[in-house]
Design a protein around this ligand. Structure first.
Ligand code: NAD
Ligand code: IMJ
Length: 257
């Protein structure tokens, strides 16, 4: 148990189950003394969250479908009345229609494009805006991106790659605006990791093998790796860092042929 996040109220969005990146981050933040607040999407996710947090009970959790303005509104007004102040926010949410992750990119429909951008990018802008009002003592906002698909082309990632590019740009714009209030905004660019969001993706195990073979560290990324990076970004250790996309990918993005 450390004390890097002692006394900090940290909102975690995107825990679906024990494989979720958000859960890896929550565990690491808890170990550093953070006071965690969770959101969940639907009853099933709430049950899964309750099971995961049995030893932290009672937990504080609010329903939030980020495609609904009213959910975001009531989430932050509940946090305001209970705590008054927020120090950290973890946005680990993405969604695109399954057909858009299968079909060819240029076949992306208007509907599918708007859906991916709404859930995976606009939601980040909306929660950053609400969080800033509560970050009266300064704060740290982080989101998750995939550089393999945003800065490069990853076959099948398609509209999600475009959404992640927009998300990384949004991190820079938000960081510029919120910097004056000592609110820092950064993205973690994770290597591929087996979560529900990676399930069903064709040849995902091949992707993991390629990374293991080629990445500088000769292995894949773990939830512990991401938890450590998130603790750094959420804590005062990273006080001089904002607007960045930090790669936690075992060095893979620096490999050339
Ligand atoms: P996950 O499936 O465990 O988490 C995704 C979360 O997004 C779930 O909790 C889900 O409920 C939530 N979500 C989807 N639509 C939502 C909505 N309308 N409202 C609220 N929540 C919604 O998968 P994960 O891999 O942990 O994904 C977390 C983040 O990490 C995503 O942004 C993903 O793009 C990113 N990421 C994942 C990988 C990977 O290889 N798994 C790599 C890099 C980045
Ligand atoms: C997702 C699709 C295609 C290739 C992919 C991925 N690669 C990786 C992912 C190579 C690593 C996982 N990833 C980084 C994501 O951000 C996934 C987001 C996602 C996944 C799904 C699957 C189920 C669904 N919609 C989704 N929306 C977003 O219906």
């Amino acid at each position: 148990m450390g004390e890097l996040l002692k006394g900090k109220n940290i909102l975690i969005m995107g825990v679906r189950n024990k494989w979720s990146i958000a859960w890896g981050i929550a565990r690491a933040a808890k170990e550093q003394g953070a006071n965690l607040i969770f959101t969940y999407l639907g009853e099933r996710e709430f049950q899964s969250l309750q099971k995961l947090t049995e030893d932290m009970a009672p937990i504080e959790a609010y329903p939030c479908d980020v495609s609904k303005d009213e959910d975001i509104e009531s989430l932050f007004s509940a946090i305001k009345s209970k705590h008054g102040v927020l120090h950290g926010l973890v946005h680990a949410i993405a969604f695109a229609k399954a057909e858009d992750l299968r079909d060819t990119f240029v076949n992306t429909s208007r509907d599918g494009f708007l859906m991916a951008m709404d859930i995976s990018v606009y939601s980040f802008i909306a929660v950053a805006n609400k969080a800033q009002e509560l970050m009266t003592e300064g704060g740290s906002i982080i989101t998750l991106t995939y550089g393999g698909g945003s800065a490069r082309v990853s076959p099948g990632y398609n509209v999600m790659g475009v959404a992640k590019s927009a998300l990384e740009a949004s991190v820079r714009y938000a960081a510029q605006e919120l910097g004056g209030e000592n609110i820092r905004v950064n993205a973690i660019s994770s290597g591929p990791i087996k979560t529900m969001s990676a399930k069903g993706i064709q040849s995902f195990s091949d992707i993991l093998s390629i990374v293991e073979e080629k990445a500088f560290l000769k292995r894949n990324i773990t939830l512990q790796d991401l938890g450590g990076a998130a603790v750094y970004l959420l804590s005062d250790l990273s006080s001089g860092m904002t607007g960045e996309t930090m790669y936690i990918d075992a060095g893979y993005n620096n490999m050339g042929v």
